[in-house]
Ligand binder design. Structure first.
Ligand code: AMP
Ligand code: ZN
Length: 112
């Protein structure tokens, strides 16, 4: 999608710090990390949010990326949190589906 920053980052049109990549998904570092580990897992194809996700192959690719990023970032054993903001009340600011993988510190039990 034209003028979508995450389309450009996920498809190498703008350089970024890529952590992991497969055929359908790119994972790169969040520009404003909230924890020692904060990686964004992003489909290469544009969809505004998780409600646009229907391709089973992409679902598997996203799960594989979660697995690989957790391994690469060293939080598979210690644990991590996945966050997906969908829409205005969730505070979604970039309108291209992305999953935050956050960890490297004890995040506590509260969700919000
Ligand atoms: P959300 O609020 O869920 O839409 O999250 C958007 C996230 O994208 C925020 O955590 C931002 O720090 C991050 N972000 C915005 N622009 C960039 C960028 N150019 N490269 C990496 N991360 C970005
Ligand atoms: Zn996009």
């Amino acid at each position: 999608m034209e003028n979508c920053i995450f389309c450009k980052l996920a498809n190498h049109e703008i350089p970024t710090n890529i952590v992991y990549e497969n055929e359908l998904v790119t994972a790169f570092e969040d520009a404003n990390p909230v924890a020692p580990v904060h990686t964004l897992i992003v489909p290469k194809a544009h969809m505004d949010n998780i409600l646009g996700l229907s391709d089973p192959d992409l679902m598997v690719a996203l799960k594989d990326a979660i697995d690989q990023v957790a391994e690469i970032k060293g939080v598979k054993e210690s644990g991590f949190r996945l966050i997906n903001n969908c829409g205005a009340d969730a505070g979604q600011t970039v309108m291209h589906l992305h999953i935050h993988l956050i960890g490297g510190v004890s995040l506590g039990e509260k969700l919000i």
